[in-house]
Design a protein around this ligand. Structure first.
Ligand code: GDD
Length: 351
């Protein structure tokens, strides 16, 4: 029933999740509209493989300029397109950066959600809304975290996400919008932004092997996260909007590892000794850090019938293979093999 239905993806389409979601929705026959911010440099590399000539009537991916700080533009886009589904993924999404620019973060990451919800309410109809809520909202609440765990956010980013979460719920309760929160734990891939810790590490390994980088500077190696593989998480987002009722769901692997373990696995897979290259730089420590984040996904397993296939060590190998290839090196290939075995016909372009 959902196949070939026309739908719309609104959001940060140029990011990791937006680009995978565009891949996924287009594989299902959706017409996808994405909002991109104007920039003086090209910022569409993750979706270039999907984008055709906009003069071609058959092109099913359309991009619109917009910014979450500009409510009028958001409202115009929603009004003109009249989407079936809105995936709100846009945010200033870097936790450490949010300490430096708290006001901007709140404007985009918190109030941005409200701008989209207000526009949906104004347009009326039966659009469905997905809010990209985050495990960061749990902050220092002890693990494992599920839908009942209280939020104890520890950064301007996390506080903004709590606002977005509550607004998504509020519009559901007050105005009966189909509005769902996916509380996603960290999810990574070769398309992950280069300043997030996993990608920073896998890129560094490729940089060291190709003599472009000498050392890797990191912050808190004891931080513990629940890391999964991003394409699988995008499928969970879509499944949430196909349910009969809106829901709030925790999505993660249920397994946590330290940054140190990620470093060790990455370097040893590439045949390097991490102690020769990794240095600590205090600038990467955050003024306040979250506790251990570990997802309790019992509800998602039951309601969505979703559980992830890619485990921690496999994720490391997938990311290292991709970054080595990008650096012009021959990767060990175990990551490629894992992908071939676990995903027979992937709907995304494998990097
Ligand atoms: N970025 C970064 N850089 N993090 C580092 C570094 C470093 O050099 N060294 C240690 N870390 C630690 C951070 O202190 C944090 O505890 C952990 O590595 C993960 O950091 P990030 O990869 O930046 O991700 P995050 O967990 O803060 O946030 C990401 O995941 C959230 C979902 O839980 C982001 O994608 C958020 O937008 C998302 O909501």
């Amino acid at each position: 029933m959902v196949d070939n239905r026309e739908g719309v993806n609104h959001g940060h389409i140029t990011g990791q999740d937006g680009s995978y979601l565009a891949d996924f929705l287009m594989s299902k026959g959706y017409e996808v509209h994405g909002i991109i911010r104007r920039a003086s440099t090209f910022n569409t590399s993750r979706i270039d493989h999907l984008y055709g000539d906009p003069h071609d009537q058959k092109v099913r991916l359309r991009l619109h300029y917009g910014d979450l700080s500009d409510g009028e533009q958001i409202s115009n886009v929603i009004y003109n397109i009249g989407p079936d589904e809105i995936y709100h993924l846009g945010a200033q999404s870097h936790v450490n950066v949010s300490f430096e620019i708290p006001e901007y973060t709140a404007n985009v990451t918190a109030i941005g959600v409200l701008r989209v919800l207000q526009s949906m309410r104004g347009k009326g109809g039966s659009m469905r809304f997905y809010q990209a809520s985050s495990s960061e909202m749990f902050g220092v609440s002890p693990p494992p975290q599920n839908e009942e765990t209280p939020f104890r956010p520890r950064s301007p980013y996390a506080i903004s996400k709590v606002f977005g979460y509550e607004m998504a719920k509020h519009y559901r309760e007050a105005y009966h919008l189909f509005s769902s929160n996916g509380i996603l734990f960290n999810h990574e891939s070769p398309r992950r932004g280069e300043t997030f810790v996993t990608r920073k590490i896998t890129r560094a390994v490729a940089g060291i092997l190709s003599s472009r980088q000498k050392l890797l500077y990191l912050g808190n190696l004891d931080a513990k996260r629940d890391w999964g593989y991003a394409p699988e998480y995008v499928e969970a987002m879509w499944k949430m909007l196909q349910l009969g009722e809106p829901v709030d769901l925790v999505v993660g692997t249920g397994e946590a590892h330290t940054v140190r373990e990620f470093v060790e696995r990455t370097f040893s897979y590439a045949g390097l000794e991490h102690t020769d290259y990794v240095k600590i730089d205090s600038r990467y420590f955050r003024p306040t850090e979250t506790g251990e984040l570990v997802a309790d996904t019992s509800k998602a397993k039951k309601i969505l019938k979703w559980s992830p296939k890619v485990r921690f060590e496999e994720l490391v190998k997938i990311m290292v293979d991709a970054d080595m290839r990008k650096a012009g090196l021959q990767p060990p290939g175990e990551g490629d093999e894992i992908l071939r075995k676990k995903f027979v016909n992937p709907w995304w372009r494998v990097d």
